[in-house]
Write a protein that binds this ligand. Structure first.
Ligand code: ZN
Length: 483
């Protein structure tokens, strides 16, 4: 490989065509401004650096004719200021189809961007929950810096959002917004009341006046009415959640200090959200002046992590039609959670929403990274797999899965070439899916995995690309090319 200095000299002198690959430079990252040129390069150890020459604003070490800059928070901030496409935007309310893709490992974004540049969907790239940040030892700031550098490296100018995902606590929301999140997914699960067999208190008179004896006509002509019993129950379940949402909205959103969208998430419940409940939530928030971009209801059936939909497709379809009509009536879009690999319901979602939806996917990127390990280093994979079995019970406390580790074949009885097939089976997918925090934080497995993924980054990108394209195709997202 020739040196970066030579590359810089050739760029400066405009001497014929320069093949960036030849110098370890990321081809799409070469940007020329009036007074300087900046690009990204890959060092021998697999890490990336920003290189700039001319009168540039970045901070780094002076080399022979250029400045070599580490990917620090300071340089990320400069990058976002100089190249606006590197900064996240509130895309939920402005783009028709938005697609959340988390990246637990901080390695998936390049593969994702190769797909987004071909489809009419806008990515929400930094989509992390507090739980994921804790388990992976990252912060919103580091996640968003990683994303900004990747967006620059890949020359992706299509715009993207950043999601403070499933936040429950008012301080966490403030921190995520301060760190630059352009979307907050407000998780109301701790404020949605579970009703036992006790006597349900009557709804407030004010609520009764606004709902009882009224007909609510939806965009598709469906008419909803509340009986007194239904209204009492719904008010008892959701009133406190409505108060909390209003408080969050008034604290952070009403004054317009942050450029961010609000998603109201009522999906983390045991039972599915009925059309009347969904309508009540949307209507209450609207009457309280709360502006939101999306609501995530809990759909019928099971949207478990990392596997296809479990449930009755006809029931799901019928419910989705009413939920969509409610969303259309108020003018927001539906959000579908745990949308990874729900291939059997994707065509219905694409059709009924007419392509107007937000979907959150995430964890299966991690599964693809582990599939790669099973293909590339069977011995390492077997050891990790056995370790995952020992911590599965602990990990289950964090995630709702029905996977049964006892049903996973003994890895010692499988041939090397059979190991990747474990990633096509529900029980083993869930085993690896939920134990990621334990695996990554393991003193031996963590570093070994990072070394392997760094070495095989192109292979990983190819696996992710294939998986994400399958999602796009099933959801019937139109193929475009902005580049
Ligand atoms: Zn959710």
């Amino acid at each position: 490989m020739k040196t970066i200095s030579e590359y810089v000299r050739r760029l400066e002198e405009h001497k014929g065509p320069v093949n960036p690959e030849y110098y370890g430079v990321y081809e799409r990252s070469v940007y020329k401004k009036e007074k300087y040129t900046v690009f990204m390069t890959r060092l021998q150890d697999g890490s990336d650096r920003l290189c700039a020459f001319g009168a540039h604003p970045f901070n780094g070490i002076e080399r022979d004719g250029y400045t070599e800059c580490e990917l620090t928070h300071e340089n990320a901030t400069i990058l976002k200021r100089e190249f606006l496409f590197c900064a996240p935007k509130p895309v939920l309310s402005t783009c028709k189809c938005t697609f959340g893709v988390g990246d637990r490992l901080g390695r998936a974004t390049p593969g994702h961007l190769r797909v987004f540049e071909k489809y009419d969907a806008t990515p929400v790239l930094a989509q992390q929950s507090m739980r994921e940040l804790t388990l992976t030892g990252r912060t919103y700031q580091s996640v968003m810096d990683d994303v900004a550098f990747f967006v620059f490296r890949e020359g992706y100018e299509g715009g993207y959002g950043a999601d403070g995902d499933h936040l429950k606590n008012i301080d966490d929301i403030g921190n995520a917004l301060e760190d630059g999140c352009t979307m907050i997914t407000l998780d109301l699960s701790e404020h949605i009341h579970k009703l036992g067999t006790d006597h349900v208190p009557a709804a407030d008179q004010n609520v009764k006046d606004r709902y009882l004896g009224k007909e609510f006509t939806l965009a598709d002509g469906t008419v909803l009415t509340f009986s007194e019993e239904e209204l009492d129950t719904i008010a008892a379940i959701y009133s406190e959640a409505m108060d909390f949402t209003q408080r969050v909205y008034e604290t952070y959103f009403a004054a317009g200090k942050y450029s961010a969208d609000l998603e109201v998430s009522i999906d983390e419940t045991d039972v599915s959200t009925t059309p009347l409940q969904h309508f009540f939530v949307a209507n209450e928030l609207t009457e309280r002046g709360v502006k939101f971009a999306t609501i995530a209801p809990r759909f019928s059936g099971e949207f478990q992590k990392g596997i296809d939909y479990i449930g009755d497709l006809d029931v799901f379809t019928a419910e989705l039609k009413v939920h969509q009509a409610i969303a259309e009536t108020f003018g927001y879009k539906l959000s579908v959670h745990s949308g990874s690999d729900k291939f059997s319901v994707f065509p219905v979602i694409g059709e009924i929403t007419k392509g107007h939806f937000h979907i959150k996917t995430s964890g299966t990127n991690w599964l693809e990274a582990m599939r790669l390990v099973a293909m590339e280093d069977p011995k390492l994979y077997r050891n990790i797999h056995k370790y995952a079995l020992t911590v599965f019970a602990q990990a289950k406390a964090y995630y709702h899965v029905s996977g049964n580790p006892a049903a996973v074949p003994d890895v010692d009885t499988l041939r090397d070439d059979q190991l990747p097939m474990l990633f096509d089976m529900t029980d083993s997918r869930q085993l690896i899916h939920i134990t990621y925090g334990f695996i990554l934080n393991h003193p031996i497995f963590g570093p070994a995995l990072k070394a392997l993924w760094t070495k095989e980054h192109q292979w990983y990108e190819a696996l992710l690309k294939e998986l994400l394209m399958k999602h796009m195709e099933c959801l019937k997202i139109p193929f475009v090319s902005y580049m």
